[in-house]
Design a protein around this ligand. Sequence first.
Ligand code: B1M
Length: 212
Amino acid sequence: MSEFKALTESVIKGDIKAAVVETQIALDAGSSVRDILDKGLIAAMDEVGERFSKGLIFVPQMLRSAKTMQECMKLLEPFFEEGDVTPKGKVLIGTVKGDLHDIGKNLVAMMMEGAGFTIADLGVDVSPERFVQKAQEIEPDIVAMSALLSTTMPAMPQTIEALRKAGIRDKVKVMIGGAPVTEKYAHEIKADSYASDAGSAVSKAKQLLGIS
Ligand code: B1M
């Protein structure tokens, strides 16, 4: 593990207090937010996932680590602001039906907001009907879907189909992402864009709307 060993270990253990202190120490030491996220927090969640796969930990521990990461992210949030407040477009985001994972989706929403997008966040377990209803109400430029489970990925094409049936597929761009999602899958289901992480979600969103 890296210079963020203490932070990573606190997140793996689900020790909120220690992890928050370690995040602050890293910020005070001048570490970049990107490094704290990638090498500290996300690395910890990857290890948590590994341990869960091996049966070494169970859902309650995974939940505790998730809560710990969320508390640390609160300290990082102010740093996502780019300072450019020119409105970039409206993004409707949610984690798809059947899926309760929201950390990655929240990170994408936070970074997009920091980059000047207006965000409407539907939360988790969002049905295709709910995406459609909200899209009709707020007329977003982009509908952004996150999925962390291979079993919930099919809710993405279902949502695209629901948008089509409602007659609004051509009025929005669809972006998808999440750990099991791939560029190839995005192509297969005719999404307009795929992003592998929150940073690239921002640049892909700008590309979709023709903003530099
Ligand atoms: Co779950 N879980 N989980 N879990 N969980 C995974 C995803 C898993 C890979 C763990 C494992 O087995 N190794 C596995 C899925 C296997 C699969 O299908 N491929 C799994 C499982 C099996 C489950 C349950 C089924 C376990 C059970 O009950 N038996 C269950 C399902 C519940 C449900 O959703 N219905 C479950 C439950 C949970 C908790 C609730 C306990 C908790 C989530 C809490 C929460 O989110 N509030 C949890 C957690 C924490 C994880 C792991 C450990 C960490 C996820 C995470 O937050 N990562 C995860 C293992 C892992 O990912 N390594 C695991 C950090 C986050 C920043 O990364 O979300 O990938 P991520 O987001 C990234 C990119 O993917 C991307 O940007 C982010 C980085 O910048 N991205 C997008 C995400 N969304 C995007 C959207 C975009 C663009 C980019 O555009 C729209």
